[in-house]
Design a protein around this ligand. Structure first.
Ligand code: PEP
Ligand code: MN
Length: 289
């Protein structure tokens, strides 16, 4: 497969079907079209902590109009003593939640040896920020037929990010969605987790037909900032959002990861309502209303 494809051009505008800068390669996941006219919202807990928690959050997402649940079962944690995810048991929980609700499953894989296992359950496979340049992992997920959510490394340039996507595409899988999740700068750590780089959306859309979504949850680290930055992301041309959600009445202090950034049900509903009323703009076009 790989040698039939032109070098370093698979994902660029020289992919002939998408020569026109306003065209996008739509990626279908569980009936949602990422890269279509309307933004798609993927939402869920940071980590799958139990069947009850995951089912409750899946029901919140479905009630808000969502079709895709993102929940981590292999968690990339800074501290090796932190909760690492429920792993195989977590995959079983996700599969059961899908059976119960019909929701599509998005979940992360970090280890190339586990790609096949995760692909058996996931409708979309996430490659996280820390793994963006894990080349053996990119190659392995490129060999699956599942759509890939490729998060931007927190200090990756546009070229490095597109290069990572190219590794996946080289194996034959072009169903890739890019996800901006905030970058590191030297001056923000006393007030926010990361800096949300909305500047990159338009250059990405001009450079590649791949859709791009935004994760304001990891960018801010604070749930009360997420709705405003979701609107900003859609205005800047994102094809969708990735939003962390908490269960009704959750005690944030008890959550095993990212307790401060998950939005409650009402905020998710507000974000989804905004998204339903938004048309994804053409890159570089000046909004008229
Ligand atoms: C996540 O999506 O839960 C996550 C760990 O994000 P990131 O890889 O962007 O830090
Ligand atoms: Mn998280």
């Amino acid at each position: 497969m790989a040698d039939q494809l032109p070098d370093l051009s698979i994902l660029r505008r020289c992919w002939p079907t998408y020569a026109d800068e306003s065209s996008t390669h739509p990626v279908m996941v569980n009936g949602d079209r990422i890269g279509g006219e309307r933004p798609v919202v993927i939402a869920g807990p940071c980590a799958v902590e139990s069947y009850e928690q995951t089912l409750a959050i899946a029901r919140i997402v479905v009630a808000a109009g969502g079709k895709l649940l993102r929940g981590g079962v292999f968690k990339p944690r800074t501290n090796p003593h932190s909760f690492q995810g429920l792993r195989e048991e977590g995959l079983e929980i996700l599969a059961e939640v899908r059976r119960q609700t019909g929701i599509g499953i998005v979940t992360e894989v970090m280890d190339p040896r586990l790609v096949e296992l995760v692909a058996d359950t996931a409708d979309m496979i996430q490659v996280g920020s820390r793994s963006m340049q894990s080349f053996p992992l990119l190659t392995e997920v490129g060999r699956t037929s599942k759509p890939i959510l490729l998060k931007r490394g927190w200090s990756a340039t546009l070229e490095e990010w597109l290069g990572a996507a190219e590794y996946i595409a080289m194996e034959g899988n072009r169903d890739i969605v890019l996800c901006e999740r905030g970058i590191r700068a030297s001056c923000h750590s006393d007030y926010a987790r990361n800096v949300l780089d909305l500047n990159i959306i338009e250059p990405v859309r001009k450079a590649t037909p791949l859709p791009i979504i935004v994760d304001p949850s990891h960018a801010t680290g604070q749930w009360n900032l997420v709705a405003a930055l979701s609107r900003a992301s859609l205005a800047a041309g994102a094809h969708g959002l990735l939003i962390e959600v908490v269960q009704d009445g959750a005690d944030r202090g008890q959550l095993l990861s990212d307790g401060e950034q998950g939005v409650p049900r009402e905020v998710l509903e507000e974000i989804m309502d905004d998204a339903k009323q938004t048309r994804v703009p053409i890159p570089g076009a000046v909004p008229t209303s």
